[in-house]
Design a protein around this ligand. Structure first.
Ligand SMILES: [Zn+2]
Ligand SMILES: [Zn+2]
Length: 352
């Protein structure tokens, strides 16, 4: 039975239409992709090719390693074809009709592993935590530029998500404005805060834990759940139970919990859907003090199983053929995921 659901934060409408999907899960998956090698001599992100990848902005190397050597675990470089640059200006002042901004911003690439064929499914929790550490350190640095107002992490996995490089990477974009989708979230969170005095994400975390219908996993202070008004099949959010408006304010323990949850969710998606293409987004508060109490950073994992249809493009109304509660059940049902080091991650829906 179809239903119209409204996202409690953004008030965005989603059409949940399970009857549009006669067969669930496995039928939605794309064909398997070939296994890659650990190293590709031609890949600019592989160790040894550092000079090809662009200017290094940050790297984690073991103590004693040469400062620009190939012995890194995670590495951030400037995008060689940036969509935005910090050297640009803010553009013309907006006129009544056409608001334009210059190319001001930052566009960086986080090379997540020295292994060419690494993925969030095969990386250890510690390796994923290093990636989150790189996101956090770069955001802390970019926040000091007062012209930059919002910070975005985008990770595209697979062809359907538009990934153009095989080597595991994510991108950081810093913008001189707050895009509409984030404005919507901020506003929804603010309205809830003004009405109740509480953060809506903290409330959602408590509710999804208590109700457990849409819960995927809960461990170490991190929660993964399918949102009530999921836009696409198997959309999953990761939220820390500790309130923190900005990602870069999160301590190492929070990063470790989020990293473990992210690896676990990606392994569940792989087991249920056999490595779907996906986009991972980090939503964090912009450089505005007013969001401190009401906003709460989180990760959104968006599997790219179905094409985005006309109504979603036009009015932002998605049609989701999989019931969110059913998607959560499928992901929970994946028996304890096995970490790459052989140890078991949290049980589905299990308590911390
Ligand atoms: Zn590579
Ligand atoms: Zn909160």
């Amino acid at each position: 039975m179809s239903s119209l659901r409204r996202d409690p934060i953004t008030r965005r409408l989603v059409i949940i239409a399970p009857e549009r999907s006669p067969v669930l899960a496995r039928s939605l998956r794309p064909i398997g992709r070939p296994a890659d090698a650990h190293h590709d001599d031609l890949c600019p992100f592989c160790p040894g090719n550092e000079a090809l990848a662009g200017r290094e902005l940050l790297a984690w190397r073991p103590p004693g390693a040469h400062h620009d050597g190939a012995d890194w675990r995670v590495r951030v470089v400037a995008n060689r074809l940036p969509a935005l640059r910090v050297e640009s200006d803010l553009g013309h002042p907006p006129d009544a009709l056409f608001e334009s901004f210059g190319g001001l911003g930052a566009h960086e690439v986080i090379i997540e592993s020295p292994r060419h064929d690494a993925s969030l499914q095969t990386m250890s929790d510690e390796e994923i935590a290093l990636v989150l550490w790189a996101w956090r350190e770069r955001m802390r640095d970019l926040r000091r530029d007062f012209r930059l107002r919002s910070f975005h992490i985008v990770k595209n996995i697979g062809m359907e998500a538009g990934a153009t490089m095989a080597h595991a990477h994510s991108q950081l974009l810093a913008l001189p404005l707050v895009p509409e989708h984030l404005e919507d979230e901020l506003l929804g969170a603010k309205v809830h805060y003004e009405r109740t005095g509480r953060c809506i994400f903290c409330d959602l975390a408590a509710e999804e834990t208590a109700n457990a219908q849409r819960l995927v996993s809960r461990a170490g202070g991190a929660l993964a759940f399918v949102p009530f008004a999921a836009r696409v099949p198997f959309e999953t959010w990761i939220v820390l139970e500790e309130h923190q408006h900005a990602f870069e304010s999160t301590g190492d323990a929070g990063l470790a919990a989020a990293a473990a949850a992210l690896g676990d969710v990606m392994r569940r998606l792989e087991a249920a859907l056999e490595s779907p293409s996906a986009t991972i987004l980090l939503h964090t508060a912009p450089a505005e003090v007013s969001a401190h109490a009401s906003f709460h950073w989180h990760l959104e994992v968006i599997p790219r199983l179905v094409p985005v249809t006309g109504l979603a493009w036009d009015g932002g109304v998605h049609i989701n053929p999989v019931l969110p509660e059913e998607a959560a059940e499928v992901l929970r049902g994946v028996s304890d995921t096995i970490r790459p080091d052989g140890s078991k991650a949290s049980a589905g829906g299990g308590r911390a």
